[in-house]
Design a protein around this ligand. Structure first.
Ligand code: FMN
Length: 389
């Protein structure tokens, strides 16, 4: 058994409530990467066979769920953002790994296939992707990443979905895998290719939310900002009127079930304020940011994801954009006395990043890229909170 140490390296006394990190878990934690998603295979393969996780699992937590979050009680303020958890099997594993806000990858009111592989490619962002760099061409990584803070990826799935009857049954299953102190968020969206005019698109969004509520989602989140779907779907979050109308229609379907909206990065503060203003009366939570749309090329100057020159970039390189978003969100919530909860996402890779985001005043944080490469992140964060790392 290893004795716990604090950050300064001082040995801490072993108390009755001390969680002891076994040698095999300590050895596993020493490795920074444990990818659970096989990027060399298709989305469909990962949906059927993933996640790739052989354990060991961290010890069962003994702490009571004390954090109040929209009427739920959570064990921590850390979750997995919509995306990496493809279905209930993924939710089961990540719930056991200690992530407490578990988001089911975005689903639709009808079946839709994934874009062909590759769906995820490692990108060299050469530092932070600040607003002034958004027109740049990025290139794929040519060296293996040295540490978790080197990992940025571009992903492009096109928001695939099973038919509602299949995902609804699976959401019910996912709910059964949660422990006390955990919540299930189901992310949904409308499909503009089938519902191109605004009224039917809004209705389809509302119907997707209603289906998620019916399946037992604790919280429903609308994906208003996916840069990998078509422009009409991906840009909704920049349109104050359309996004507000979608939130209003969805909330009417949800009643007491909390509604979150997922926003992307903004370059313009006025636009940001307008969008928050039209959505605030209808939503219980705002989540951001989504991936940042960029051009990513391979070593030969060809699109890194064939046929899709632009795709969403996420991971370490978007941390500054994520922080800018949450700073703006905290300011506007305070100034206008809005009462929605705020969930910060974007470039959070390790326990220090989690702390830095929480210190801005957000109610919770979520990770996507880091959850795929370091499924032990929730446990590492747990150890730091309890003075054991
Ligand atoms: C593999 C993958 C799939 C994603 N799929 C979705 C999705 O279906 N819906 C959504 O709202 N966001 C999706 N995202 C975006 C994430 O939720 C998150 O907003 C973004 O990746 C930034 O967080 P990160 O830097 O921690 O990865 C996805 C991200 C990744 C990495």
């Amino acid at each position: 058994m290893l004795r716990p140490f604090n950050r300064a390296g001082q040995a801490l006394p072993l108390q009755r409530k001390t969680i002891v990190v076994t040698k095999s878990l300590q050895k596993t934690l020493a490795r920074e990467f444990h990818p659970t998603y096989d990027v060399t295979r298709s989305y469909e393969w990962n949906y059927r066979h993933g996640p790739h996780f052989k354990g060991p699992y961290p010890p069962v937590r003994k702490e009571a769920p004390r954090i109040s979050f929209l009427g739920f009680r959570l064990r921590s303020r850390l979750g997995v953002a919509a995306g990496p958890l493809l279905n209930s099997q993924w939710i089961r594993v990540y719930a056991k790994l200690g992530f407490d806000i578990l988001s089911y990858k975005t689903v639709r009111t009808r079946w839709r296939p994934s874009n062909p592989k590759p769906n995820c490619v490692l990108v060299d962002t050469r530092g932070q992707l600040t607003d002034d760099r958004l027109g740049e061409n990025l290139h794929v990584m040519t060296q293996p990443p040295a540490g978790i803070r080197d990992i940025s990826i571009t992903n492009s799935f096109g928001v695939p979905s099973r038919n509602p009857s299949i995902w609804q049954e699976d959401v019910e299953r996912a709910k059964r895998y949660l422990d006390k102190g955990q919540v299930l968020v189901v992310s949904t969206m409308g499909s503009s290719e089938y519902y191109p005019d605004a009224p039917s698109f809004i209705q389809d969004f509302a119907r997707s939310a209603a289906l998620a509520r019916e399946a037992g989602a604790d919280i429903v989140e609308l994906d208003l900002s996916c840069p990998n779907s078509n422009a009409a779907e991906g840009m909704v979050y920049l349109d104050p009127e359309l996004s507000g109308a979608i939130s209003k229609a969805a909330k009417a379907e949800l009643g007491d079930v909390p509604l979150f909206i997922k926003l992307g990065n903004f370059w313009n503060r006025d636009r940001f304020e307008s969008v928050i203003k039209t959505n605030a009366p209808h939503v219980d939570g705002i989540v951001g940011i989504n991936t940042v749309k960029m051009t990513v090329l391979d070593e030969n100057g060809k699109p890194a994801i064939p046929g899709r020159p632009q795709s969403g970039v996420c991971g370490a390189g978007i941390k500054q954009s994520g922080l800018q978003f949450v700073h703006w969100l905290c300011e506007t919530r305070k100034k206008n006395r809005y009462d929605f909860v705020m969930i910060g996402v974007g470039g959070i890779m390790n326990p220090e990043d989690i702390r830095e985001f929480l210190d801005t005043g957000v109610d919770a944080v979520e990770v996507a890229t880091a959850a795929m490469w370091d499924p032990y992140l929730a446990y590492r964060y747990y150890l730091t909170r309890h003075g054991k790392m």
